[in-house]
Every structure is written in C-alpha cells, then in structure tokens.
Design a protein around this ligand. Structure first.
Ligand code: ZN
Length: 273
C-alpha cells in the first residue's frame, strides 16, 4: 500500500517515520506512535539495524481498507509497515472470558486488579506494538513472509523477547499487565484449546484467534525468563543461534538450553508447563 492509500487518514508529524491515524483518534495514535518510535530506537541500538516503517492506527471503519490483516485490532507487522487499532479488539475479552472458568480465586483477582471491572484491555493492547516492531528486526520474505527462524513459534518468541526487553528497559509500567495475562494463561491449562502443539501455532490463527493468543501468552512468559537470564545480549544471541531456517526441533532445544536451561525445558515439555 502506498502513502496515497492512506488519504482518508490523518498524517501525524513529529515522528521518525510516517504515521497515519483514523480521524478522531489522533491522540491515541500519538500515544501509540510515541511508544513505537521509542521501541524501534531501542531495538536499533541493541541490534545495530535501522528501521523506518510506516505506522497505521486504524479504527473499525478504516481497518479493512488500510490493513493487511482481516481481523480488526489484530496488530501486525509486514515489511516496512506496522498496524494497530485505537481501541482494543473484541478478542481480548473473549480470550480472558475463555480463561476465567478455569482460574483460581487469587488469579481471577489478579486479573481484576490488572484490568479493572469491567475490564479495560487498552493498556495491554497498546504494548503489543513493541512485539510487532521487533518483527521488523528479523527477515520477512516479501512474498512468503518467511523469516530466518526455523518455525513460527521461534519467530514469535523472538518478537516477545524484543517486547519484553524493550519494556523492561525503558517502559516497565505495563509489564505487570502481560505477566497477569500470562499467569492466568498458564493456570487455565492447555486442555481448553483445540490446537496445542508448537508446530501448529501458525495454523491456529485460522482455527481461532483466541487459540493463537494462547500460544503467544505461553511464549510471552518464556520470553520474560530468557530476558531475565541474559538482558541485551540474549536478544542478539537468540537471533545468532536460532536464526537458521533448517534447525531441527532437537537443535532448537539444544540452542535454547545454552541461553536459558529453564526455557529449553519448558519447550521440551510443551504443552505441559
Ligand atoms: Zn508476532
């Protein structure tokens, strides 16, 4: 999509890359763009790469004509472009609702403390742009969208590692939101999801959005463990060790073990925690 594709959107100045926002959502767009710019700056410093994507923040009405992903509010990263929405997608509350019957009182209370009652998922949804920004720092083939990683889940763990690293370093206030949802995800167990094998993560989006989100939150927890083990170095080491498309599952686990044995163990036991 070229810049003229966004003629129905407002163009926001003052950012190191083009930002287009649905009319009426300029304040929300400015807030999201500020975090995206800071994350891209941090990721650039850690990786030594420079990225200048176009950022689109589209409301429900504009979404279908300016976004590459059909589901409203499903944040995305494609070559040179990031997209998200000013309001959180409906699947946030669908996902939390699917977990809720399987949660203990303390974990349910923790979700309530994190998101309020009735819950507001704006804060957590806004953090995910930093996950999408991290996708700009690995290869994305322009036709197949393949990366240098040997499986979808390995690529998604990299994006979650970048998100966690950025937030822990520069923007830690939101980390408790991710942790609350990851904790609830773990406690609810995996039996409630149709697809559970790591190799099916890429397919799960077609099966059900919330099934896909389950994979992400399991990986978000492992990303936190990886970051705590190695900090800045772990992001570079992860890409150097795991950015090889032909690695077998056994080789992936062996290389993860070098980064953090606990994460290699969790991958070996998957879907058990
Ligand atoms: Zn991703």
């Amino acid at each position: 999509m070229t810049t003229s594709t966004y003629s129905t959107l407002s163009s926001l100045g003052g950012f190191p890359f083009p930002v287009f926002v649905s009319r009426g959502s300029e304040e929300r767009g400015r807030s999201i763009a500020t975090r995206a710019a800071d994350a891209i700056d941090w990721l650039g410093q850690v990786t030594g790469k420079r990225r200048r994507p176009t950022l689109v923040v589209a409301d429900e009405q504009d979404w279908p004509s300016v976004c590459e992903v059909p589901i409203y509010g499903m944040m995305f990263s494609v070559p040179d472009k990031l997209g998200t929405s000013p309001t959180p997608a409906a699947w946030w509350s669908t996902y939390a609702g699917a977990l809720r019957p399987h949660l203990s009182d303390p974990i349910r209370a923790r979700l309530g403390a994190a998101f309020g009652e009735p819950p507001d998922y704006t804060g957590i949804a806004d953090l995910i742009i930093t996950h999408e920004a991290t996708h700009l720092f690995h290869e994305i083939h322009p036709v197949t969208w393949a990366s240098e990683f040997p499986a979808d889940w390995v690529m998604e763990l990299f994006a979650n590692l970048g998100m966690h690293g950025y937030l822990a370093t520069r923007d830690p206030d939101g980390l408790h939101l991710l942790a609350a949802m990851a904790e609830a995800t773990l406690e609810a167990g995996h039996q409630i999801w149709d697809l559970q094998e790591l190799a099916r993560m890429g397919d799960s989006m077609q099966a059900s959005v919330t099934n896909y989100v389950w994979y992400e939150f399991r990986l978000i927890r492992l990303a936190a463990q990886l970051w705590e083990a190695g900090g800045d170095d772990v992001l570079r080491d992860y890409q150097r060790l795991l950015g090889h498309p032909d690695l077998t599952h056994g080789q992936i686990v062996e290389r993860l073990f070098r980064l953090e044995p606990a994460v290699a163990g969790a991958i070996s036991r998957w879907p058990d925690p």
